[in-house]
Write a protein of this length. Structure first.
Ligand code: URA
Length: 210
């Protein structure tokens, strides 16, 4: 099996979709390759494209702050995106771009093996859950997914472009990060007492409910 570094090296010259034409560089991902928690955003923006690292702009500052509130730092978790190259003008990634790029994300997840996948916003949540869900309906809940837990929450940029810190969404983001913390603690406790057993056992078909 390839290492994450080897996959990143291969991805750095990716030409699988039109986004290659506008990028400064591929923004593969950052963080702990053995992380228990992996965050998945939408795609690099201006600053990420320039620096080659996900979530380093304003949304990233908010993400760092929320991580800090639950006692985590960027280097404790892994942070990636649905698409690895910046869509021009920060437009939404198109379906064929997502389809071309997500094998990289699937490979990242299978190498990192995070217990908890936190999907930030609609694009990441829809890709991972494989359903046209709306983030506001599924956030703040945990879903079983391939032996892992998926925990959807708002994209930090949505908070910044929405009502900011006084908004209900910001309060909900806080609640969701508290849920990340408690789910991680449960996972750590379970690892001690029942190693190898999934934390959340459930029927993935229940996702049809949404
Ligand atoms: N928004 C994202 O979805 N990803 C980033 O890396 C930065 C902003």
């Amino acid at each position: 099996m390839r290492t994450l570094q080897e996959v990143a090296r291969e991805a750095s010259t990716c030409t699988r979709c039109r986004l290659q034409g506008g990028r400064t560089q591929v923004v593969f991902g950052v963080g702990n390759p053995d992380a228990d928690v992996m965050f998945v955003g939408e795609g690099p923006g201006f600053h990420e494209d320039k620096q080659g690292e996900p979530f380093v702009g304003a949304a990233g500052q908010l993400l760092n702050r929320m991580l800090g509130e639950i006692g985590l730092a960027r280097q404790d978790v892994y942070i990636g995106n649905v698409v690895k190259c910046r869509p021009p003008g920060n437009r939404d990634p198109l379906p064929d771009e997502i389809e071309a790029c997500t094998p990289w994300l699937v490979e990242q997840i299978s190498l990192i093996q995070p217990a908890i996948v936190v999907t930030l916003g609609n694009f990441a949540t829809r890709f991972i859950l494989g359903k046209q869900v709306s983030i506001s309906r599924v956030r703040g809940q945990t879903f079983p997914w391939r032996g892992r837990i998926v925990l959807p929450t708002f994209h930090p940029a949505a908070i910044l472009h929405g009502g900011g810190e006084s908004s209900r969404q910001f309060q909900q983001l806080r609640e969701d990060f508290a849920l990340i913390r408690s789910t991680l603690e449960e996972h750590e406790a379970r690892r001690e007492t029942a190693p190898g057993e999934p934390l959340l056992v459930g029927d993935e078909e229940q996702l049809e409910l949404f």
